[in-house]
Design a protein around this ligand. Structure first.
Ligand code: 13P
Ligand code: 13P
Ligand code: MG
Ligand code: MG
Length: 372
């Protein structure tokens, strides 16, 4: 059976500050997708939240970028915004950057990751959802789990993976059009690394198997400051990764997250901290962070989802969470100096620009060098 897995997420308001949506918002989102399932638009759906972002996982047969599915997501976020406003929550409607829906949520604020697949007899997959980070948070773990035998032992042990994978990478600084490049491992390994080392500029959009062309992963690529022209909150991306058989195993896909890699996000979206893999429906706390990622495992069969397995809810990840907190505290000890805060290219969307302009007017020139 041909089905589409669509994950669309948005921050439409939260309790405390940027901490978590209210129960009433989550209930409303559930009602919306349940009624779309009853009406036959969806075959199944699940609602989760990660920090202050609500993610809709929708299963259907309409293909990617379908206007009805995107409208359902947009309308759901309009409804949760209404609740957030009625409850006086913080940042109500934060990620709805346009007034009226125009066919697709891309470029309007919400993040989306979608894959159309021919269902395998067993179709396991993972939905990753992040808060307080940009889409570049996936560069390291997605590249590593598909391309590096250190994490993906299947590249050595499973002959069906030997042909490697193709990465579609987007230059997210180009706002005129989707500027993408398609590169393969193992052939283009160093070229891919050259791009992915700059996760605020180049991000993985999708991954396919070289041998079959089958799509293994999709990630959201939206950058809110590129849409709004100023800082309006962090992108807080989502990704779908199919697992097992000719794809890496579920454990191989989780393996790179044990590093608790440093990424840009956290408080005001402007600090480098270590990613913390968290359980489903975790909240945000220390320094409006740390940056968190949740991982929900499912199987889908004839368009219907199994119950979820909460992949970071396992004692191993308690150790990683502690390590992540230590790494975050280590860089936070440096406050605003140097690499602990974002570079100017990211900060230029914030109020620091006005500060610098004001200070520039107060600078004086001394010992001018005569050139003629
Ligand atoms: P199976 O042999 O059940 O496919 O599992 C192998 C595996 O993925 C272990 O990581
Ligand atoms: P969100 O993007 O998760 O709303 O966070 C915004 C922020 O600035 C937190 O300090
Ligand atoms: Mg928020
Ligand atoms: Mg958020």
């Amino acid at each position: 059976m041909k089905i589409t897995l669509s994950v669309i997420k948005a921050d439409t308001g939260s309790i405390g500050g940027h901490n978590r949506p209210s129960e009433a918002m989550v209930v409303k989102a559930k009602e919306q997708v349940e009624s779309a399932t009853a009406n036959g638009l969806l075959t199944d759906a699940r609602i989760t939240f990660t920090g202050d972002d609500i993610a809709l996982l929708m299963i259907h047969t309409k293909g990617v970028d379908n206007a009805d599915i995107h409208k359902l997501a947009w309308d759901t976020f309009v409804e949760t915004t209404k609740i957030a406003k009625s409850q006086g929550l913080y940042g109500a409607g934060q990620d709805l950057l346009k007034d009226a829906f125009s066919g697709n949520v891309r470029g309007m604020g919400p993040g989306s990751a979608e894959i159309e697949i021919e269902e395998r007899p067993a179709e396991p997959f993972i939905v990753f959802a992040g808060d307080k980070c940009g889409p570049g948070v996936f560069n390291y773990p997605l590249f590593e789990c598909f391309a590096n035998p250190y994490h993906n032992a299947g590249l050595l042990l499973a002959p069906e993976m030997r042909a490697g994978f193709t990465f579609t990478i987007m230059d997210v600084n180009n706002t005129e059009a989707d500027k993408i490049i398609t590169l393969k491992v193992p052939e283009d390994y160093y070229d891919i690394a050259t791009l992915l080392r700059d996760p605020n500029h180049f991000v993985i959009e999708s991954v396919r198997e070289n041998a079959t062309g089958l799509q293994a992963a999709a990630a959201s690529t939206s950058r809110l400051h590129n849409i709004a022209g100023k800082y309006v909150g962090k992108d807080d991306p989502v990704a779908i990764v199919r697992t097992q058989k000719t794809f890496p195993s579920t454990g191989e896909i989780l393996s790179p997250w044990a590093l608790a890699h440093y990424t840009l996000g956290d408080n005001r979206g402007s600090h480098h901290v270590a990613v913390m893999p968290v359980k489903q429906n975790s909240i945000i706390s220390y320094f409006d962070g740390p940056t968190i990622i949740s991982a929900a495992g499912y199987c889908v069969h004839e368009g219907h989802l199994t119950e979820v397995v909460d992949l970071f809810d396992q004692p191993f990840w308690d150790y990683v969470r502690n390590k992540s907190a230590e790494k975050t505290l280590a860089i936070r000890a440096q406050g605003f100096y140097g690499p602990s805060m974002a570079g100017m290219d990211e900060l230029e969307y914030t109020g620091v620009v006005e500060n610098l302009k004001r200070l520039d007017a107060k600078f004086i020139l001394r010992n001018t060098i005569k050139t003629s």
